[in-house]
Design a protein around this ligand. Sequence first.
Ligand code: ZN
Length: 272
Amino acid sequence: MAGQQSTLPNLLEFAVQMSCESCVQKINSVLQGVSGIRSVKINLESEQVLVETTLTSQEVQDLIESTGRRAVLKGMGSDTLRNLEAAVAMLSGPGPVQGVVRFVQLTEEKCIVEGTIDGLNPGLHGLHVHEFGDLTDSCTSCGGHLNPYGKQHGGPRDADRHVGDLGNILAAEDCRAIFRLEDEQLKVWDIIGRSLVVDAEEDDLGRGGQPLSKLTGNSGERLACGIIARSAGLFQNPKQICACDGVTLWEERDKPIAGPGRKSTSKPSANL
Ligand code: ZN
């Protein structure tokens, strides 16, 4: 992964099917002591697992599900600023690339960007917040990188960068990128209603010496995109039925994470 190692944990709220105290113990045993997990709280009655972590939600979900139980992410937030802001973007495009990316504002200065994107060629891919939430012409109509201060394109740790410049994510050999970034310029309240785009090539972070380096990072065509929508923070998602497409919370996780395989994509964020 490009960028610094994340250090600030956030809270993940999962709904997990649990029937007995031994379930609680099994889930506890796979989570306790794992590097990157600070604390675990499990409530059997409400079938809730609360994890304070610097891991991605995908990684924690995989750990919980290694016990043979289903887990659904219900909310994300921070312990100190419990529901500052959270948002989600479901990415899809004309090709096979699709994914879910979540944003949580942990403090005024720290925004967590975490997600899973499938269908990418192994290697680095530019990831940017774009100016418009307009996908009427697929990923080409969402404008340039979000740049309210008229800066040059850069890397996520550069002072001189577009606000939307999130750098690169790394796709593994299985064509999946799982990532968690901390960003100090992005604010969730500034990006809701805009869009997130993943590109075909590596972003040169403005250092490539190409004509496009200082404009876009020369990161190639736009593979997939999604509108950034407000989503549930911690404990804000009490429903068991997803209002968007009628599937239950437990069925939800078997749906494709984005794209035409969902019954409806009109309000994809309602259960996330
Ligand atoms: Zn840029």
